[in-house]
Design a protein around this ligand. Structure first.
Ligand SMILES: [Zn+2]
Length: 345
């Protein structure tokens, strides 16, 4: 099934009431939905497949918390680190055969903080916080590091939205999912990964490096590992115009990080590689929110961070922690044992 699109980088900021769930494993989910909506929906539900919530809102929140816990297995977080994720369910684009399931972004970015892996490089707020806290720094006292949205329209029984598909809130990887449902869990894992730093800040329309007001343009942690095998040059060495061209240059844009390279032989499809390195998604024309900030969809077995949700993905995170390690996230040393579960075959 490749009917559904997951995107990153939606610029929506919706004001709302703010409730905070309990803190677990370094992540705090901050519910931004209004009362009785989305993550606060009081509609009664029977517990389902490992999700013991008894309201629709609680079941949704349980899935987000489970995804946060899953990432906390891999990220080597100091006990004092708190990664705050602002979350809400809102109506996102949806058509009969394709729709946006969710989106996420780092709400802000940092450079040159304590323990930054490289100088003069932008890092996601969550990554910067995780690294800086190890030296006693606290960067964002109350702000939410990540903002994320999930499509409320899926539960509205609207036949014009993915043929009336609804969210599946189960958490048991072994359970069989009812027909006509889309599992929320892998979508949240995917979106949280974007929020944690699986995304470039480069303006793909112009090739320009990220440049906030009154700042010099600087590289971001992700784009430093992008390389074009056709021109034999890294994105770091390109001009803006060259990056603008490369962003459309399927099938020759690849990831050069060593930790991904060490594990990428798990991907067996030859077309997912260019000169032995795993390809990124670089279609022409650009797909805003999808281009470059995902693996090529040619990867088999399918990867969590492809642009579309693939049937069969559930709790697998495959190469995502390896990419996090490449960009300088502290990853638990045993992570390689955890990446490839027996379901990743
Ligand atoms: Zn995505």
């Amino acid at each position: 099934m490749r009917a559904s699109v997951m995107t990153v980088g939606a610029a929506l900021i919706v004001a709302g009431m703010c409730f905070v769930s309990e803190i677990e494993a370094g992540f705090k989910i901050v519910v931004l939905d209004d009362p009785d909506v989305g993550l606060n929906d009081p509609a009664e539900r029977e517990p389902i497949d490992g999700n013991n919530g008894t309201t629709l809102g609680q079941q949704r929140l349980n899935v987000l918390q489970a995804a946060a816990d899953r990432w906390a297995e891999f990220l080597d977080l100091d006990p004092s680190v708190e990664i705050r994720v602002g979350a809400e369910f809102i109506a996102l684009d949806c058509e009969e055969d394709r729709g946006v399931l969710g989106s996420a972004r780092s709400n802000f970015v940092y450079k040159d903080f304590a323990n930054a892996p490289a100088a003069g490089v932008w890092y996601s707020a969550a990554q910067a916080e995780a690294l800086a806290v190890a030296s006693g720094g606290l960067l964002a006292a109350d702000r939410q590091h990540i903002g994320t949205f999930y499509n409320l329209r899926l539960d509205e029984g609207d036949e014009t939205c993915l043929r009336g598909a609804s969210w599946y809130y189960g958490l048991d990887p072994e359970a069989s999912r009812p027909a006509g449902t889309i599992p929320l869990f892998p979508v949240v894992l995917h979106e949280f990964a974007h929020g944690l730093g699986f995304a470039t800040l480069v303006n793909l329309e112009t090739g320009a490096l990220f440049q906030p007001d009154n700042e010099d343009p600087l590289e971001d942690a992700y784009m430093r590992f992008l390389f074009d095998t056709e021109t034999d040059s890294s994105w770091s060495d390109m001009t803006d115009t060259e990056r603008q061209v490369s962003a459309l240059n399927d099938p020759t844009v690849v990831w050069t990080g060593a930790d991904v390279a060490a594990e990428s032989n798990r991907v067996t499809a030859p077309e997912a590689f260019s000169q032995g390195q795993l390809r990124m998604h670089a279609p022409d024309p650009i797909e805003p929110g999808s281009s470059i900030s995902h693996w090529s969809p040619t990867a088999e077995p399918s990867l969590l961070m492809e642009p579309s949700l693939t049937s069969g993905l559930f709790d697998q995170v495959d190469l995502t922690p390896a990419l996090f390690s490449d960009i300088g996230w502290p990853i638990r040393s045993e992570f390689l044992d955890l990446i490839f579960s027996d379901r990743f075959q």
